[in-house]
Design a protein around this ligand. Sequence first.
Ligand SMILES: [Zn+2]
Length: 292
Amino acid sequence: MAKNTLTLRKFQDRFPTEESCLEHLKLVRFGERHECEKCGKDAQFYRVQKRRSYACEHCGHQLYPTAGTPFHRTRTSLRDWFYVMFLFCTTRNGVAAKEVERQIGVTYKTAWRMCHEIRKYMAIVDGDEPLGGPFKTVEIDETFIGGYRRNGMGGAGKTVVLGMREKKGNIVTRVVPSRKSGDLLPHIVDLVKPYSEVHTDTLRSYGGLATIKGYWHKQVDHSKEQYVCRDTGATVNGVEGFWAQLKRSINGTHIHVSHKHLPKYLGEFEFRHNRRHRPEMMISALMTSFAR
Ligand SMILES: [Zn+2]
């Protein structure tokens, strides 16, 4: 194990009590002192007993460090929340609500809701920075998640997901209504910078790419059993690797993911994928990115 890896033991030593968790949230979100939003004075805030809050030294205005975080208005302890976030950062295949139920001793409903809130938060922290640009390559591919595949077309209950991945870089995904160009190209224009080299398979919907935003479009023909085009070097192997990992996890860990919740799972997997070279940064990103 790498020496900068944060072990569970070290993590729990860092947050031994509810108090230490709350203090952490207050510090990363508001600092030692800050301007009170009520009286406008530069103030220190003191702990209010029996509440998850601090009070302004001048006017007594109360500050709730959990407001706007996934933990607000929950009775689950902050230590348990932090622990489950740690689990999300140290797994490859995602975290099942059943597992959380077992490990921290909450109801399945509570466990499910915690996982759900953490996924939403991971997606926000991950963000969606546009990819590519001049001299950069972006692979673009789409896949079906859930349901049953018929002749390669979307069968009942299938969800189409579009993925864009910069070579050796980040991935961004979107749930889309169909594989028609009108449903794919606007997202590509939105998320892939002008003058990128773009690689796709030979799906006709991608045909218009060469004529927009200065993209340099190369295709790989999967029907010829090619995975890297011998002539142009075009490949979508990177995105396909992401799909494979995602599907293994959904099938293995979650059994079924509904259309409605899929974007949150995608956000979770993007978060981990986009930090795969610095896994030790995952939990610190989650612990310090709460919006003020
Ligand atoms: Zn005040």
